[in-house]
Design a protein around this ligand. Structure first.
Ligand SMILES: CC(C)(COP(=O)(O)OP(=O)(O)OC[C@H]1O[C@@H](n2cnc3c(N)ncnc32)[C@H](O)[C@@H]1OP(=O)(O)O)[C@@H](O)C(=O)NCCC(=O)NCCS
Length: 212
């Protein structure tokens, strides 16, 4: 579905703004309660994000509406790597054709779009947060190779999983099934998670910024 001029204007209104002590009050304008997963995303922003940013263990960027002064989305990032060996990760080694045991990545620790913005169908995550993030990762890669964006999502957060695979273009690595054996990642076209996976199991996903 293409984006029309009015939507482009709305998307551009959201300014990426690092969370600091000086603008911390803005987090109170963010509401995300449509599921237990969405509630966790709100709780993290309000209770932990500033602390972790100040400790330097992760960095949070708010997407603030210039026109209305509220937070429509946020992303919390840190540096990580993805192993290319091990039962669920050999696929990555083949995809990247590397001998390295780990490949550098920027980790999306947390990402969320507010209930209000989500209800408009704007897809602020896919159309504003993700393109911004890709540009940031390209900048990181000028001097340190971290060509992947990593995102782990629990199988139970099925709507988010489908969105990341179908819309954000992330590739999901094989996942440990209930029987302790790795299986190909679940098919995102299914209406619900397949029973062989525990809802609490995390699917490791990656996006190669040079492949998209
Ligand atoms: C996951 C997330 C960041 C994706 O953001 P986005 O790219 O802007 O996408 P949207 O949320 O607008 O839409 C994703 C899909 O969910 C659907 N959707 C959104 N809200 C919905 C609702 N209340 N009820 C039913 N479907 C809904 C959309 O229609 C869309 O489906 P489609 O792809 O078939 O059109 C965002 O949905 C979100 O913040 N979710 C809640 C918090 C969360 O789970 N975060 C992820 C933690 S890993």
């Amino acid at each position: 579905m293409s984006v029309d001029a009015a939507q482009l204007e709305l998307l551009a209104d959201f300014e990426p703004t690092p969370l600091t002590g000086a603008n911390a009050g803005l987090v109170e304008t963010f509401q995300s309660r449509e599921s237990s997963y969405a509630e966790e995303v709100e709780r993290y922003l309000k209770r932990q994000a500033l602390l972790e940013s100040e400790q330097g263990v992760s960095k949070t960027t708010l997407f603030v509406s210039r026109a209305r002064g509220f937070v429509g989305a946020y992303a919390t990032l840190s540096a990580t790597s993805i192993p290319t060996v091990g039962q669920t990760s050999t696929v990555l080694r083949e995809v990247l054709r590397t001998e390295k045991a780990f490949v550098g990545a920027v980790m999306i620790d947390w990402v969320g779009v507010s209930d209000e913005v989500r209800r408009t169908g704007l897809r602020l995550g896919e159309r504003r947060v993700l393109p911004w993030l890709k540009a940031e990762v390209v900048a990181v890669n000028r001097h340190a190779a971290a060509p992947l964006i990593r995102l782990d999502v629990s199988v139970g957060n099925w709507r988010a999983y489908r969105t990341y695979v179908i819309r954000w273009n992330f590739k999901a690595l094989p996942v440990m099934a209930r029987d302790g054996r790795p299986r190909p990642a679940p098919n995102p076209d299914l209406p619900a998670p397949p029973p062989e996976f525990d809802n609490r199991t995390y699917v490791k996903m990656f996006l190669d910024i040079y492949a998209t």
